[in-house]
Ligand binder design. Sequence first.
Ligand code: AMP
Ligand code: ZN
Length: 466
Amino acid sequence: MNKIVLYNTLTRKKEELRPIAPPTVSMYSCGPTVYNYAHIGNLRTYVFMDELRRTLKYNGYTTRSVMNITDVGHLTSDADDGEDKMQSAAKKQHKTPEEIAAEYSTVFFKDLERLNILMPEIVAKATDNISEMIDFVKTLCDKGYGYETDDGIYFDISKFDGYGKLSRCNLEDALAGARVAVNTQKRHPADFALWKKAEPNHIMQWQSPWGMGYPGWHIECSAMGKKFLGERFDIHTGGVDHIPIHHENEIAQSEALEGHPVVNMWMHGEFMLVDGGKMSKSLGNVYTVEELMARGYPPLAFRYFCMNTHYRNKLNFTFTGLDAAKTAYSRLRSAISACKTAPEASAETKKTVADIRSAVIAAVNDDLNYPLALGEMWTLSKLDCREVYELAEELDALFGLELHLPPETATADAADIPQNVVDIAEERFAARKNKDWAKSDALRAELDALGYAVLDGKDGYELKKK
Ligand code: AMP
Ligand code: ZN
């Protein structure tokens, strides 16, 4: 097998991947909290997860990937107070937390599909795994790491020697960094909740050895990781915001329980910024994929935009940047897809194509250097032979960008527009290319009657629902 090198946040080094049980690579990715739509920043993190999974698969590994769906326990403050995000959304929208979770999970899965993000082998809801979480907390208490207060069960971070090793902060830093404890029964301000006791009006609650309650957010990932991947696994991913609290706490819980390290490599995707700053509802700069689509950006143009920046670099989102990505992406697809009918390459050009293939594989196997790999695809697109198309088709297993297919001609995802409408639009596009204006006008009238407007561009068209 080819050598794959990945950056491990824990050691701050690139390391060769050496799976515990090859050819399987076991990995866990922190999933979304489904109290709202996933924004494009969240989705950048899942594009990174997809780059990793596709790279592993392309190299012949079998992935056993778990992604959780947080549908309980993620509080509005990481300091174990505030309301449960699910409960607060449910109240605002006059729905149950289950309805909220179902609604936003469905949209999230649709977004993954639109962005060609392959579904992890195992997708697990927190609420389906409560008994595993309770068992986990019980064992931590038995081993002396957990203690009870009036409002819950807490993890005593002073008992765990390695606390802070991922973010490289020591116990004193953690204590100083924690807000002055609201809960005076906590032994240390940075101790975190494993289990919270529920007030009677709390909507989601389960029977436990400590009365009715609900799990802390961090325990979900530790318990589901153990359930589906066992006491040691290869890779854990998430966004960089998870390093100092969520993943530090996961390490503390899991290693305290098992008595040894559980995750071999920790990998984190850098943040997406908007106009150079943080995304926030109050600034009105939190976008969803659906909003991008409504503004005429195909989801895969956004995927291309993400893949063009290395996952460990910050990515600044601007509409100017996305416009440039959309144009470049469309040009790259045009050039490559046109090669489907090009003649066979000369022996010399075949060698160039083979060298490009090797360079792409070397790039992605070097800590997922997809920007470099895309640069190679641009070099490829300058050649004019059938092998260009064939290689892009083969490498789509890595890129998931459909570079071998003609550029998307409609702004909306084809799946959102009925197939008969897409067919008429395509027929009309062909008629226009043949300068058959009468037929083109007749088909436009047909689209109009079906409720769709068509806007012609230089080398394509946009189809819009009226
Ligand atoms: P959440 O639903 O808040 O748990 O977040 C889901 C995933 O998105 C986590 O892995 C976060 O680290 C990640 N994430 C949140 N905000 C951003 C952002 N602006 N850019 C990239 N990833 C993000
Ligand atoms: Zn997690």
